[in-house]
Every structure is written in C-alpha cells, then in structure tokens.
Design a protein around this ligand. Structure first.
Ligand SMILES: Nc1ncnc2c1ncn2[C@@H]1O[C@H](COP(=O)(O)OP(=O)(O)O)[C@@H](O)[C@H]1O
Ligand SMILES: CC(=O)OP(=O)(O)O
Ligand SMILES: [Mg+2]
Length: 399
C-alpha cells in the first residue's frame, strides 16, 4: 500500500511517501516560499539507503500550484516513483488544530473540512494551509482515501486541572476555550521511542519539541498530562516568530495606550515576535551566526529561549512528582548542542548530570547525553511526524 503524508504549512508543503506495511520511505520533499518570488522544491528519492536529491526553483503562486508540482514529480519520467497518482491509496494530512470535535484520526468528510476551516481563527498560521491542501490533494489523488491526523490528539488525555483556564466556566462549556496543545504527533512519537529505549512503560518524561514552533509536554506512563501550548499554538516557549507566554496585560497596553487594533496585536505576537522580534532572525542558524559575530541581542534572545525551557522542566518534574528522562527533538533540539547544554547545565539538583563532550559530537539516531551516574537521562530522539501519521492512517484503514 502507498501512503502519502502531507503537511501543508502557511508557506510550505512537506510530504513523504511510504510503502506499507514495510514502513519504508520512497520519497520525501519540501516546497518552500509558496507565494513568494522564487519557490523552491527539494525532492528526495530513496533507493537502497541511497538518496537522490532534486532541487528546483520555480514560480508557485499558491498551494494549488505547489501540490500539482509535487504530483508531477511523483510521476515524472526518470525520477518518478509511481506511474500515476491513482497508485496512492491513502493520503494522510497533518492538521494542527482539531478543536474539541476532532481528537481522533479520521477520514476526511465535508464536516471535517468545514471544522478545520473554522478553526483557522485559533491556528491562523496553520489551518488555512491545511484546508487548501486537503482540497487540492483530493483533486489530484482522487482515488485515495484521505485521512486527517491532529496535532491536538495526543494531548486529549490531560486532566481538567491542566487544560482549563481560570476564567468563568461558560467560556469553556459554550465556546471550547481551553488548552488543546500541539505537536502531539511528535510528542507521541518521541515519547514512545524513549519508553522503548528505556524499557520503562511507566516512565516520567519531558519531551521538548524545538522547531519553528516550539512546545513541551509532560508525559507520564505514555500519557500527556500537561503541555506548554494552549488554545492556539502561541503560548509557552519562545519560538521563531511567536512570543510564547506573555502577560495578557501587554495586550491591553498595546490596545489602550499604543492604539493597536486586535489584528495588529495578532500579527505582532504570531509573526513578528519570538526570536525574530528579539534578533531580526527567526532561523536558529542565523541567530547562532549572529552570536558568533558578537551580537548582544542575539545572545540575550538565546539565553531567554533556553531559560524558558528550563522553567518548564522544573514545573513538569514537579507536576509528575519525578522525572526519568528529558527528550530533545525537532530542528533545534536535534541539531543545536549549545542550546541543549544551556538547558541542561546547573540541573544537578534535579538529577541531571550532563555529558557535555558527548553532546558536541554530531550523530544520527536516538542517543543519550547524560553521564552514566545521572538519575535523569537526557535523550536526543529524532522526530518523525510523517511516519507516525502514516502509521495512524494504516491503523484507521485496517479497522
Ligand atoms: N544545525 C542546526 N543548528 C541549529 N538550529 C538548527 C540546525 N538545523 C536546523 N535548525 C533549526 O531548526 C528550526 C526548524 O526546525 P524544524 O523542526 O524543521 O521546524 P518546522 O517543522 O516547524 O518547520 C529552525 O529554527 C532551524 O534554524
Ligand atoms: C503547531 C506548530 O507550531 O507547528 P509548526 O512547528 O509546524 O509551526
Ligand atoms: Mg515541524
């Protein structure tokens, strides 16, 4: 069975094609800068542990054009991995916000699509792209079963004391205002990998997903009990362009004293804050270069980014009454040793003794970065949201 997984972001499309049940990846790719002057497609084809990389710069005004290009790459003579789009039996879509109505992986229906579209008010950087992506993919892969997998699903086990806000109950009961949490597919995948590695099903884990969006989860015995993002993917950690947690008084001040309207506040906190707002760069690689060049703002921002993570580690260890491992994952978590060191240093009181030497070595796959006598393990676990989505699609189709 061919399972095609799609993750449509605001200006990008990530995709991966798997052969199932062998779980082998056939090709993957990234379409970037959709709607900008020069869009870039990086397409990788995997054959016997080798990868062939095809990179193209072209004009892609929207997701429609981007997805059509991907469809053509899959079948292009010479590099194509299938003869025609009808060979794709299942398409799995990553959906950031499923609200209260959709927590479980399910097949796409008109109602599901409408709810995803409506929830764009809560996930403005993500859900609009998902909605367009599903429609375009349904057109191209018209014979396939389309399935949606929600970022929010893994967090649905949180107890009410963790997911409620301290505002009058009717906002929750009537309008669904509560903590949902995101990146659930990643937190689920890496926590399961860690549990298998530790051989400890009841492990108390803290998973730290640091990509463009960043979030943490407290996972006790395989179940999420708390997470750092909230009603939308804006709360919690400092991110590429998002502020993370901020006193709501700041919003009143912006509106009442500085004359901002709510749309401007939204843009400020979602698109112009976080590392971008502090340094001028949203990409951690640019920030590291700026620090090397002596940029004090970049150094401060980096300190703030790490400090926020440390605070959540403390609070989640307290919430679980213990800690067996912390897990770094996603672009920054997997690739930035300096950041990991800043987070893990001076944490001996909590049982973390960090192996700074091992941390500096570049390596692939799951690894341990703690010293042998450390009570708490420090793990890097590469995430694979696409594989997890494909797995869930297969399970749904089987049943
Ligand atoms: N070698 C590296 N060192 C530091 N940061 C890195 C490195 N490689 C990637 N990153 C960072 O990872 C982030 C993107 O992570 P990723 O998980 O791909 O995000 P997303 O899936 O949200 O687009 C970017 O901030 C990027 O700078
Ligand atoms: C939910 C979220 O922030 O996702 P991403 O990291 O892909 O932007
Ligand atoms: Mg990601």
């Amino acid at each position: 069975m061919n399972i095609f997984v799609v993750n449509c972001g605001s200006s990008s499309i990530k995709y991966q094609l798997f052969k199932w049940p062998s779980e082998s990846p056939i090709c993957s790719g990234l379409v970037e800068r959709i709607g900008l002057e020069e869009s870039i497609i990086t397409h990788k084809v995997f054959v016997n542990d080798q990868e062939q990389v095809i990179k193209r710069v072209l004009e892609l005004p929207d997701h429609d054009a981007g997805m059509k290009e991907v469809g053509m790459l899959l079948t292009e003579p010479g590099i194509g991995v299938i003869q025609n789009p009808e060979e794709i039996e299942v398409v799995g879509h990553r959906i950031v916000h499923g609200g209260e109505s959709f927590v479980e992986t399910c097949k796409v229906t008109p109602d599901v699509k409408e709810e995803i579209k409506r929830l764009a008010i809560l996930a403005p950087l993500h859900n609009p792209g998902h909605y367009v992506g599903i429609n375009v993919a349904e057109h191209i892969f018209s014979k396939a079963t389309h399935v949606v997998v929600f970022d929010t699903a893994f967090h649905s086990t949180m107890p009410e004391k963790a997911f409620r806000y301290a505002i009058p109950e009717n906002f929750y009961k009537d309008y669904g205002v509560r903590v949902y949490g995101f990146h659930g597919t990643s937190h689920k995948y890496v926590s399961e990998e860690a549990i298998a590695h530790l051989n400890k099903p009841d492990a108390k884990l803290i998973t730290i997903h640091l990509g463009n969006g960043c979030s943490m989860a407290a996972v006790d015995g395989g179940k999420c009990i708390d997470t750092s993002m909230g009603l939308g993917p804006l709360d919690g950690l400092i991110m590429g362009t998002r502020s993370g947690n901020i006193d709501p008084s700041v919003i009143f001040y912006l509106v009442n004293q500085l004359g901002y309207d709510i749309a401007q506040v939204d843009t400020l906190l979602n698109k112009r804050s976080g590392m971008l707002g502090l340094t001028g760069f949203s990409d951690m690689r640019d920030i590291l270069k700026a620090i090397d060049a002596g940029d004090k703002n970049a150094k401060l921002a980096y300190d703030m980014y790490a400090y926020r993570i440390k605070k959540y580690i403390g609070s989640y260890a307290a919430a679980m009454n213990g800690l067996d491992a912390i897990i770094f994952t996603a672009g920054v978590g997997e690739n930035d040793p300096d950041l990991r060191e800043m987070v893990c240093c001076d944490m001996e009181f909590l049982g973390i003794t960090f192996n700074a030497e091992e941390n500096k070595i570049r390596a692939k796959g799951l690894r341990e970065l703690n010293l042998p006598d450390s009570r708490v393990k420090v793990l890097v676990v590469p995430t694979n949201e696409e594989l997890e989505i494909a797995k869930q699609c297969f399970e749904l189709i089987q049943n």
